[in-house]
Design a protein around this ligand. Structure first.
Ligand code: GTP
Ligand code: MG
Length: 170
């Protein structure tokens, strides 16, 4: 019956993949069509109860614009968990996600729990990255994978629950 005070959690991924939208959905249950591009980073918290344990997520939502790349280590340093987001309609964002995974594997916390989020899963007709390809990549690189939609509220709570579950097991 141990209780986490807090879990530092970071979101990384290319510009426009929906990182802020995923956090907004998780923390406030909201979605906005014209979400502004993040400048620097934004901070949010939400506490999840898991059986008799609680996990307080302290979430750093980073800016995907390349000019902010050099700030990223401040946000992932010491992070126990990371969500790396790409947009299933944009293959370049999947390539960028793999770069973030490499960077976290090289510079991130040892044993960090990493989740790969294929976001905008509501846009199935515009899909360019298959779930099979992303799943294979995730399995090879020791992450877990979910397709999410901040807009349609698909797998957003689930991805944070899975992170909490894995943190509590570790
Ligand atoms: P940066 O802060 O610039 O790095 O971008 P971001 O990754 O935070 O993306 P953001 O949440 O700002 O979303 C970018 C755009 O995609 C916004 O217009 C959102 O409304 C839209 N969007 C985000 N998630 C989804 C989704 O699941 N489905 C659809 N259809 N649109 C989404
Ligand atoms: Mg953002």
């Amino acid at each position: 019956n141990h209780k986490f005070d807090s879990v530092k959690q970071v979101l990384l991924g290319d510009v426009g993949t929906g990182k802020s939208s995923i956090v907004l959905r998780f923390v406030k249950g909201q979605f906005v069509e014209f979400q502004e591009s993040t400048i620097g980073a934004a901070f949010f918290t939400r506490t999840l109860s898991m059986n008799d344990q609680t996990v307080k997520f302290e979430i750093w939502d980073t800016a995907g614009q390349e000019r902010y790349h050099s700030l990223a280590p401040m946000y992932y340093r010491g992070a126990a968990a990371a969500i790396i987001a790409y947009d299933i309609t944009n293959p370049a964002t999947f390539t960028r996600a793999k770069k973030w995974v490499q960077e976290l594997q090289a510079q991130g916390t040892a044993g960090i729990v990493m989740a790969l989020a294929g976001n905008k899963a509501d846009l199935l007709e515009a899909r360019k990255v298959t779930a099979e390809e992303a799943l294979a990549y995730a399995q090879e690189n020791n992450l877990f994978f979910m397709e999410t939609s901040a807009k349609a509220a698909i797998n957003v709570n689930e991805i944070f629950h899975e992170i909490a579950k894995r943190l509590l097991q570790s």
